[in-house]
Design a protein around this ligand. Sequence first.
Ligand SMILES: [Zn+2]
Length: 225
Amino acid sequence: MKDILLGTETWSFLPEVLLRCFISFIVVLLALRLTGKKGVRQLTVFELVIILTLGSAAGDMGFYSDVGILPAVLTIISIIIFYRAITYLLLKSDKIEKLIEGEPVIIIKNGRYTEEVVKNENISFDEFFMELRLAGIEHLGQVKYAILEVNGGVSVFKRSKNDIKPGLHILPDKVKKCYTTQYPRDGLYACVCCGYTESKLQGPVDTCNSCGKVKWSEASDAGWI
Ligand SMILES: [Zn+2]
């Protein structure tokens, strides 16, 4: 039982943990200030790696009695120096920036998925649709461009009122329903794989004219409220 609670430490180590945590908290706080970042609402993958590495060094300093304060603080200072150096290189070179931070990807162009997206199976559409809904989008026909940014955010450029075309519904209850055998009623349907949208009559489904897949979902031509 003692091992579960204390590991190889003794009770007298606990006050030291408090002191170690206080020091690591102050050091990490100062380190984060030194990164020059104003907020952390959206992090790029590179920034996330820095934060995780900082956290790991700070945690070890907090509760490992055999980890000295100075090596841990030096680790944290080194991470911040690397961060600043790489940030400087990112500003200087587009190639390094693409390598480390990735590139923004255009996901939707004129109400349809771009070719790049139709081929790429690594994009999480649940999350992407959530971002579109947060931007007030009901169906893809309302979107001129949607761009997945390197920090995971989505930039949305909406179509003007007179330019809205029918498109794939992205409200949660519509997204879940896919038709692969029958269209349940006459109406607008969109291909789930590419966003191609057409009016269909009730009956057996057909293959998508644009991508050749057979998976349809409800579409909408709703305008702006
Ligand atoms: Zn299609």
